[in-house]
Ligand binder design. Structure first.
Ligand SMILES: C[C@@](CO)(OP(=O)(O)O)[C@H](O)COP(=O)(O)OP(=O)(O)OC[C@H]1O[C@@H](n2ccc(N)nc2=O)[C@H](O)[C@@H]1O
Ligand SMILES: Nc1ncnc2c1ncn2[C@@H]1O[C@H](COP(=O)(O)OP(=O)(O)O)[C@@H](O)[C@H]1O
Length: 309
């Protein structure tokens, strides 16, 4: 995530993510599912600004009237959870005026709410001068939602457990993760994550993640395209049959695209392209079909001025 100082506070660009591979290993006794997923950040961002307020009030304003601005918003949840870390003496004076400008569609499997929550942890930790140890920040992220920890470590990682055990793929400081281009289709209908997991039967023989990770690290879109996999996709398409049209439209673009997949629990789909021009060409062809909002995106682009998690 990109974080910059502004007058009286900080501003953060919180990226969306794509799941390039998602396998469910089993259902856990706590009701969650054990996952293996390859996630990458993309250059589609929400923008959040944070101004300190020593009255102790946490106030959120959001330009999307469809989203809650109270404790139902993951931004408020993250702010309140972090404030507890300051202890009973300091926390009553810690407040913030937060503005959230949404560009990441909701209920799309793009992790917008989770990314906003991670951005809030990082920004308010800095604004309130808490200096929370990175390991503790990760624990708090895991308490807020399964996908939140990834955004502390983006741009590319393998995530396991509920999704909160993150193994970044850019661990060599001198090498950046490879860059991929894709066309993104965001249908007007969303899919609720709990409904998708509730409708899932975990596979007897899970698909291994290794080939997808190797293909990702090779930087070859054709190779990665052959390894794309999402166990949640057939369930989401059963719940929301309109998604079948998106899949068909992407199939019709084969072989101009190197592969296509639904992200996370849906409803967004992406088509992997050999380069930016191929992604733009695919976007033009998809634009007239009325299947949703079409964008060209880049994956796993290293960003300047990132907060060391
Ligand atoms: C499917 C994925 C793939 O990256 O992303 P999205 O499509 O939501 O972006 C994630 O697993 C979603 O993560 P996140 O959206 O943070 O989930 P949470 O808020 O923790 O959980 C929402 C609900 O999903 C189910 N859930 C979530 C994660 C998991 N490993 N197993 C589950 O069964 C549970 O029913 C839980 O109550
Ligand atoms: N900051 C936020 N941005 C988006 N959705 C949020 C946010 N906070 C809470 N939510 C709730 O989380 C749900 C979906 O979250 P989102 O992250 O957009 O989708 P997904 O889990 O599919 O990636 C929505 O129903 C929305 O009401």
């Amino acid at each position: 995530m990109v974080i910059r100082p502004i007058a009286g506070g900080v501003q953060v660009l919180a990226p969306a993510k794509l799941n390039l591979f998602l396998e469910v290993l089993g259902r856990r006794p706590d009701g969650y599912h054990e996952l293996e997923t390859l996630m990458v950040a993309i250059d589609l961002h929400d923008r959040l600004s944070f101004l300190a307020d020593d009255s102790g009030r946490i106030a959120l304003e959001c330009d999307d009237p469809g989203l809650p601005t109270g404790p139902g918003n993951l931004v408020v949840k993250a702010a309140e959870r972090l404030r507890l870390e300051a202890g009973p003496d300091r926390s009553p004076t810690l407040g913030a005026r937060i503005r959230l400008e949404k560009s990441i569609p909701s209920q799309a499997g793009l992790g917008g709410g989770s990314s906003d929550a991670a951005a809030t942890l990082v920004a308010l930790d800095r604004l309130w001068g808490l200096d929370t140890p990175p390991g503790r920040l990760r624990e708090l992220a895991g308490l807020i939602g399964s996908d939140v920890s990834f955004f502390l470590d983006a741009p590319a990682a393998v995530c396991r457990g509920r999704g909160e055990r993150v193994e970044p793929l850019d661990s060599h400081p001198e090498s950046s993760p490879p860059e991929f281009h894709a066309v993104l289709v965001c249908p007007s209908v969303g899919v609720r994550t709990p409904d998708v997991y509730a409708g899932l039967t975990p596979p007897d023989r899970p698909v291994p993640i290794g080939p997808a990770v190797d293909a990702f690290l090779s930087g070859d879109p054709a190779r990665l395209g052959r390894c794309l996999h999402n166990r949640l996709q057939p369930v989401a398409e059963r719940i929301q049959p309109a998604l079948g049209r998106v899949r068909s439209a992407l199939i019709d673009l084969t072989p101009s695209l190197d592969g296509h997949l639904m992200s996370g629990s849906g409803s967004a789909y992406f088509g992997l392209a050999r380069d930016r021009q191929a992604a733009s060409d695919a976007a033009s062809r998809l634009g007239d079909l009325g299947i949703g909002t079409i964008r060209v995106v880049r994956c796993a682009v290293p960003e300047p001025d990132t907060h060391p998690a």
